[in-house]
Design a protein around this ligand. Structure first.
Ligand code: DAT
Ligand code: MG
Length: 151
């Protein structure tokens, strides 16, 4: 059985626009297991660490301002291939070019307000999960539908 996990964050625009339930539903309906879920207003330090790879980019300060501007919903999902599959459900970085049917494609119009974050690789996911969650905040559990999701 897989223990692949990814880190998802519903950004302040997604929370303010009332998209939390809709977005969580998409991952649940796909068949991914929720193992971590919390709402928080991130500190500047946490946001800067999360986006450390973009520190030298011109949009970095605006991005950190935005992410720290209000509550976000932090999520850990588990399942086979969940890192790449969640990125696919999320869609391209720019919501204007993201395919319809994806979260960004269906709900966004601007790259600076693209609703949701998802880890881009397994190693990135491990780093981000450790940054946002303590191990006690993650729940090990077996959904009763598991035999209907995995052979
Ligand atoms: P993704 O979130 O799809 O992994 P990324 O890691 O390249 O995209 O960038 C992180 C976030 O930074 C992205 O979700 C939105 C913001 N961003 C990226 N490129 C940008 C740009 N050219 N202008 C403004 N914001 C940008
Ligand atoms: Mg990224």
């Amino acid at each position: 059985m897989s223990v692949e996990r990814t880190f998802i964050a519903i950004k302040p625009d997604g929370v303010q626009r009332g998209l939390v339930g809709t977005i969580i539903s998409r991952f649940e309906q796909k068949g991914f297991k929720l193992v971590g879920l919390k709402q928080l207003k991130p500190s500047r330090e946490l946001a800067e660490q999360h986006y450390d790879v973009h520190r030298e980019r011109p949009f970095f300060n605006g991005l950190v301002e935005f992410i720290t501007s209000g509550p976000i919903v932090a999520i850990v999902l588990e399942g086979d291939g969940v890192v790449a599959a969640a990125r696919k459900l999320i869609g391209a970085t720019n919501p204007l070019t993201a395919e319809p049917g994806t979260i960004r494609g269906d709900f966004g119009v601007n790259i600076g307000r693209n609703i949701i974050h998802g880890s881009d690789a397994i190693e990135t996911a491990q780093r981000e999960i450790a940054l946002w969650f303590s191990s006690e905040e993650l729940t090990e559990w077996t959904p009763t539908i598991q035999p209907w999701l995995y052979e």
